[in-house]
Design a protein around this ligand. Structure first.
Ligand SMILES: Nc1nc2c(ncn2[C@@H]2O[C@H](COP(=O)(O)OP(=O)(O)OP(=O)(O)O)[C@@H](O)[C@H]2O)c(=O)[nH]1
Length: 493
């Protein structure tokens, strides 16, 4: 039976640009002449794209303007966006630019699949306020797809949603393809216990067959046990970040085919505060990567385990860029724990956790949740080759500290990739052993920066004004949930 893939897409744009009409035309095959402002509605449709079948869920939103604060639900768990303006409204064109910026910021400045739609193209030329070229240029500047449409025309409308599905796949895979790397799917196991941190393990995607080594290699860089309950902050971080000590050995090798499943680990009695990492080796240049997610739960009770998939691109050798959205697998969680009186997942801090340093050491980059998304990303700085060219800020929080580099015990206990290359799977040739990288003088290497969490609690959108952390000050729109997060892991910024 072919796999049905699920895609969730949000349609955004200024009021009355035709968002609902497009969604309606797509799902019902009818054009609505009336205008009834939308609050929010969701449409579902099965769509065939090529040979693949997709379950497309469309979220039709209430029209936005420049001042709209995008809720979390438009960010987390969303695969792609259809941004709509009306060719007869310059204002709607301006709004769509603002919306894109907001999304880009909120998603941790990662690439996102977007189709920009100039709707109402059927209306007379006299009423046009936005030229086709302007739309094209804007989409180009985003690296997005551009289409002009009329919600009156069924075929064009179908094309929009087919495009966004294709674009989601393209964006998800492009980085990996460009770099001949793998797109990893990670699953996070939140271990039972009062720990605020969890385990991560990466599986592979689709046809990839290879051996994954899942290890519990030690404590995360920050845990209540290490920190004595304190939160990490710029001053404290170095002290809290110690070598990652192998503590539990490796799990049995797990040969994985197809989509990752957390089930082999779900029932594993992980002592809390142990971190699982997947060690993966691949084609030259992408052969050794450590990746994963951190996950943290509600402060308490913290007695559940859950699986959270993410997608992480494996960057050659050293760092991983993670591409989101992270999807809270609430359904999976329910399934695993139905009737067991287990709490739902709290929140997830995704992004890069560990990476292999230039000398084969495990690096624990600075981390901390971006409150809006609960994730931290590392990105390359402008002027360097990397997934992002702008928007980085110099890392104020270091990566592997000097003390960590090459420290005993930093080598993954099961990682023998330098010594003994392994076949990735039946019929897949073993990768050649990679030459050792020259020792680096500093870590992170020049050009890398952490852009995680530079936005601070601004990303939280709902709720009353709340004081958040030292130096956090009063910020508008920070809600109780953010406060909660703040208590768990936020340090002063
Ligand atoms: N001529 C023409 N009219 C359209 C088109 N799309 C939508 N309309 C009309 O524009 C009006 C607004 O359309 P909606 O689909 O409700 O717009 P919306 O963006 O969902 O509006 P909000 O819910 O307020 O955000 C309706 O009267 C539609 O009939 C189009 O492609 N061509």
């Amino acid at each position: 039976m072919p796999l049905v893939r699920y895609r969730k897409v949000v349609i955004l744009g200024y009021r009355a640009v035709g968002k609902t009409s497009l969604a309606h035309q797509f799902v019902e095959g009818k054009f609505m002449d009336c205008y009834d402002p939308t609050v929010e509605s969701t449409y579902s449709k099965m769509v065939m794209v090529g040979k693949d079948e997709f379950h497309l869920q469309l979220v039709d939103t209430a029209g936005q303007d420049e001042y709209t604060i995008l809720p979390h639900s438009f960010i987390i768990g969303i695969h792609g966006y259809v941004l709509v303006y009306s060719v007869t409204s310059l204002r709607s064109f301006q709004v769509v630019k603002t919306l894109h910026n907001k999304l880009y910021e909120s998603r941790g400045k990662t690439r996102m699949p977007v189709v920009l739609v100039g709707n109402k193209a059927d209306l007379s030329l006299e009423s046009r306020e936005v030229k086709t070229d302007e739309g094209k240029k804007l989409a180009e500047s985003w690296g997005a797809i551009f289409l002009e449409s009329s919600a009156k025309e069924s075929q064009v409308t179908q094309g929009i949603f087919t495009k966004i599905i294709e674009e989601i796949d393209r964006v998800d895979n492009s980085y990996g393809r460009e770099h001949n790397c793998l797109l990893m799917h990670c699953a996070v196991i939140l271990p039972p216990g009062p720990a605020a941190l969890a385990a991560a393990a990466c599986g592979s995607r689709g046809r990839w067959t290879r051996t994954i080594q899942l290890c519990a290699v030690g404590e995360p860089p920050w845990s209540p046990a290490r920190a004595g309950g304190a939160r990490p902050g710029p001053g404290k971080e170095a002290a809290l970040r110690g070598p990652i000590r192998p503590r539990q050995g490796c799990f049995p090798r797990w040969k994985e085919q197809g989509a990752p499943t957390p089930s082999p680990w779900a029932e594993h009695p992980w002592p809390h505060q142990h971190l699982g990492l997947a060690s993966a080796r691949r084609q030259p240049g992408c052969r050794r990567v450590w990746g994963g997610l951190h996950a943290a739960g509600a402060p308490r009770p913290w007695a559940h385990s859950a699986a959270v998939p993410c997608m992480a691109y494996l960057h050659p050798g050293r760092l991983i860029t993670a591409n989101y959205p992270i999807m809270l697998l609430a359904e999976r969680h329910k399934e695993l724990h139905a009737g067991k009186g287990v709490q739902g997942p709290g929140w997830v801090q995704g992004g890069l956790w560990g990476s292999l340093g230039p000398r084969g050491q495990v690096c624990a980059p600075p981390w901390g949740p971006c409150p809006g998304l609960g994730m931290g990303l590392w990105q390359r700085c402008p002027g360097t080759r990397g997934p992002r060219r702008s928007g980085c800020e110099p890392s104020a929080r270091g990566g592997c500290g000097e003390g960590d580099a090459g420290a005993p015990g930093m080598q993954h206990p099961g990682d023998r990739s330098q010594a003994l290359p392994e076949a990735a799977g039946p019929g897949v040739p073993a990768p050649r052993p990679a030459p050792r990288s020259p020792p680096a003088l500093s870590w992170p290497p020049a050009g890398w920066c952490g852009s995680a969490c530079t936005r601070g609690p601004r990303a939280c959108t709902r709720g009353p004004r709340t004081r958040l952390g030292r130096g956090g000050g009063e910020r508008p729109g920070v809600g109780a949930r953010c406060q909660e997060r703040g208590r768990v892991v936020l340090g002063p910024r």
